[in-house]
Design a protein around this ligand. Structure first.
Ligand SMILES: Cc1ncc(COP(=O)(O)O)c(C=O)c1O
Length: 374
């Protein structure tokens, strides 16, 4: 049977990986500046991660959400401890799209409204409401086009206010730093305005931290750059370091009811242990601090290269914009220089999303290689 052909693939077949390195089936070593799409947070095959998951697998790997799972409670407490987000409860699921989908649904139930405000160049996932709130029409079908979504330019305060004022908006869905869209950010005034307008007009603010969360930008959540309190905080990717796990933090003003949300696999024992290990290692190895430091070092180096016209992002969620498409640069980096990088909706932008354990010496190799291929 053939694979359903939806991914344009590089001809590289990773067989094993360790920290920031990937090894293909011919034994070639690659530096991973892509993190499997911002997923690898504490490094590939971290010994503590392997040990903890293995140990848990020997106890119990899965049981349904119809019985207690103390690991979920432990994870909820740990997320509060590391993020400082109090007055929230945790619902666990399996992916970023699912986290956003559940947040949008709860926002609609809570407000009794159904219109969504999202932003130009947003990406929120492939499920129905998440894709409807994604501003890349090439991913849409007629199904999700039935949902009522208004797309606004980042920092267009006037349009935002005019739209929320209409009183029918259940949620504003925001990436504090856009991922797939190309690393653009709203300014602080605009973020504060969203926060206050949501309160004033009974709409929910959903922080999509699926890509930017769990320390990637140097803060635990990217929105913590600002003094705001989202109704929902959606998480996935770095939360599990490769184990499929997602979740949402739900503000205590949102009331739960039995049956409101549900999932078979979400929050299983292995997912909880994966995420608990990620949190412990982020703290023990000071990876948030590393993300901040290496991010600054990366930007300093990028500024020396005249072909780079724009440097975007924070911490280890970064983008380098060129005057031309980066497709050929990425090809040369992966095949000739053995370095993985990422693309984005902006074809001129190279995305850098390495494991949070990356060191200056890896960044030096990257820039030496980049200079040779551009
Ligand atoms: C900001 C953001 N939200 C949501 C998603 C969807 O996550 P998933 O692919 O886990 O469903 C992504 C994936 O790239 C993302 O970057």
């Amino acid at each position: 049977m053939k694979l359903f052909d939806v991914y344009p693939l590089y001809d590289v077949n990773p067989e094993k990986a360790k920290d920031v390195f990937i090894y293909d089936n011919h034994g070639n070593e690659y530096i991973d500046l892509y993190g499997g799409h911002a997923v690898i947070s504490i490094g590939h095959s971290h010994p503590e991660y392997i040990k903890n998951i293995y140990r848990q697998l020997n106890k119990i790997g899965f049981y349904s959400n119809s019985v207690k799972n103390h690991l979920q409670e432990q994870l909820a407490d740990s997320i509060v401890k590391y993020s400082g987000c109090e007055e929230y409860s945790l619902f666990m699921c399996n992916s970023g799209a699912e986290a956003n989908e559940n947040a949008l649904k709860l926002a609609s139930i809570h407000t009794g409204k159904s219109r969504i405000i999202a932003f130009k160049n947003s990406f929120h996932g492939r499920s129905n409401a998440a894709i409807a709130a994604t501003d890349f029409k090439k991913f849409h079908s007629k199904l999700e086009n039935r949902l009522d979504v208004t797309f606004i330019n980042l920092n267009d305060s006037k349009t935002l206010e005019n739209e929320i004022k209409k009183g029918d908006v259940c949620a504003v869905l925001l990436e504090s730093i856009q991922g797939y869209g190309g690393l653009d950010e709203p300014n602080e005034d605009f973020v504060l305005l969203i926060n206050s307008l949501c309160k004033k007009y009974n709409s929910c603010l959903i922080a999509d931290e699926v890509q930017s969360g769990f320390g990637r930008t140097g803060k635990f959540f990217a929105f913590q750059e600002y003094k705001i309190k989202p109704h929902f905080i959606c998480m996935a990717k770095g939360m599990g370091n490769g184990f499929p796990v997602g979740g949402l933090l739900i503000n205590s003003i949102i009331k739960s009811e039995h049956g409101m949300l549900g999932t078979t696999f979400g929050g299983n024992h292995l997912a909880c242990v994966a995420s608990l290990t990620v949190l412990n290692v982020i703290e023990k190895e000071e990876l948030q601090q590393n993300a901040r430091e290496i991010g600054k070092y990366f930007i300093k180096n990028a500024k020396q290269i005249p072909e780079i016209i724009n440097i975007k992002g924070r911490g280890l969620m970064l983008g380098l914009e060129f005057n031309n498409e980066v497709k050929e640069i990425r090809k040369k980096l992966i095949y000739d220089k053995k370095i993985f990088t990422g693309s984005s909706g902006n074809k001129n932008l190279l995305r850098i999303l390495p494991p949070l354990t990356i060191k200056k010496r890896h960044i030096d190799i990257f820039f030496k290689s980049l200079k040779e291929v551009i």
